[in-house]
Design a binder for this molecule. Structure first.
Ligand code: SF4
Ligand code: SF4
Length: 322
């Protein structure tokens, strides 16, 4: 494996990624930030002393006088347009190292938390696979593959699901009519139907953003979004950050670089050295997710079952994505 500047990258945050390799940003993400700003001047007004806490766009918590805040109209049309185009000059890819996965399921938890999903909605799903009775079983995390020839996109009658220039496939839940054609079209069962209103309370001023897709909208379809909101901020997807084993690498095909937040490596060399492949290549969907085979596994597969609930143990008796 060709590791790039290992000492340097190890000291980096697990969340920030690829700044040094040129992944840039477009407009600032406004999805989770209520539409408020500080008033430019107080015109001699005196403040009551009531203070409120605000989260700044760069993640700092600040305390300001209540009267110094004013509503700002967010340019939602612009935001949606940018969410439809994607980041220019990028082509995002993911690599999943099956040799390291021990079914810690931290990726599932982080994804559900970050996207406010109910516990039975898993945008990244763990399967216990076995090629045949002669071979060993292994854990197989399956996000959306963000296919370059996505069957889900070609069957959507209203253009609610779409493929961006940077390779990410998204769903605009405000446009989705819930026909489920895309669920039938996806050969990997990567989509989940929002049967119920999750009754998530959003902060005042919250604006729906297809890159973040919170809250899930009843009667529409959801799926892994490659954490497009984070890619816009040069951050790794939530699953990659949460994985204690560094199983999930994310990066840019054009930069030929992927990272799990601890090590940063050349994408093509990693695949060549480790025999990387795409799941069900024969389907011709050209996934943007690549797997490293589970050779020389770091953990016995049983260890991933021991501490699970009965419901999850039962689930692993069934076969993988289909
Ligand atoms: S994995 Fe399924 S939902 Fe994801 S892009 Fe491919 S066809 Fe569409
Ligand atoms: S369920 Fe929504 S995203 Fe899927 S095909 Fe129908 S309209 Fe398109």
């Amino acid at each position: 494996m060709d590791e790039i500047n290992n000492n340097d990258t190890k000291s980096n945050s697990r969340r920030s990624f690829l700044k040094k390799f040129g992944i840039g940003v477009g407009i600032a993400s406004v999805a989770s930030v209520a539409g408020f700003s500080l008033a430019k001047g107080n015109n001699g007004n005196s403040y009551s002393g009531d203070m409120v806490k605000l989260l700044t766009p760069d993640g700092k918590l600040v305390e300001v006088p209540k009267e110094a805040i004013q509503a700002v109209k967010l340019d939602t049309d612009k935001m949606k347009e940018e969410a439809r185009k994607g980041l220019s000059g990028k082509k995002f890819v993911m690599v999943i190292d099956l040799a390291k996965c021990k079914n810690a399921r931290k990726c599932v938890d982080a994804c559900q938390e970050g996207h406010m999903l109910p516990k039975d909605h898993e945008w990244i799903k763990l399967y216990l696979l076995q090629e045949n009775s002669e071979t060993s079983r292994y854990w197989f995390p399956r996000p959306c593959f963000h296919c370059d020839k996505p069957m889900c996109v070609s069957v959507c009658p209203v253009g609610a699901t779409y493929k961006r220039h940077d390779g990410i496939v998204l769903v605009d839940n405000e446009r989705c009519i819930g026909c489920k054609f895309c669920m039938t079209g996806c050969p990997y069962s990567a989509r989940v139907f929002n049967w119920k209103d999750p009754e998530v309370k959003m902060p005042e001023g919250h604006v729906y953003d297809p890159e973040l897709t919170i809250p899930p909208i009843e009667g529409t379809v959801g799926k892994c979004v490659f954490c497009a909101d984070r890619a816009r901020k040069n951050e790794l997807p939530r699953c990659a950050t949460a994985c204690p084993m560094g199983v999930i690498y994310f990066g840019d095909l054009y930069e030929d670089t992927v990272t799990n937040g601890v090590e940063t490596v050349r994408f093509k060399k990693l695949l060549a050295d480790r025999g990387g492949y795409r799941y069900r290549e024969d389907l011709g969907t050209l996934p943007s997710v690549f797997y490293l085979p589970p050779t020389q596994r770091m953990f016995p597969v049983e260890r991933g079952i021991d501490n699970q609930t009965d419901e999850i143990k039962e689930r692993y008796k069934k076969a993988g994505p289909r």
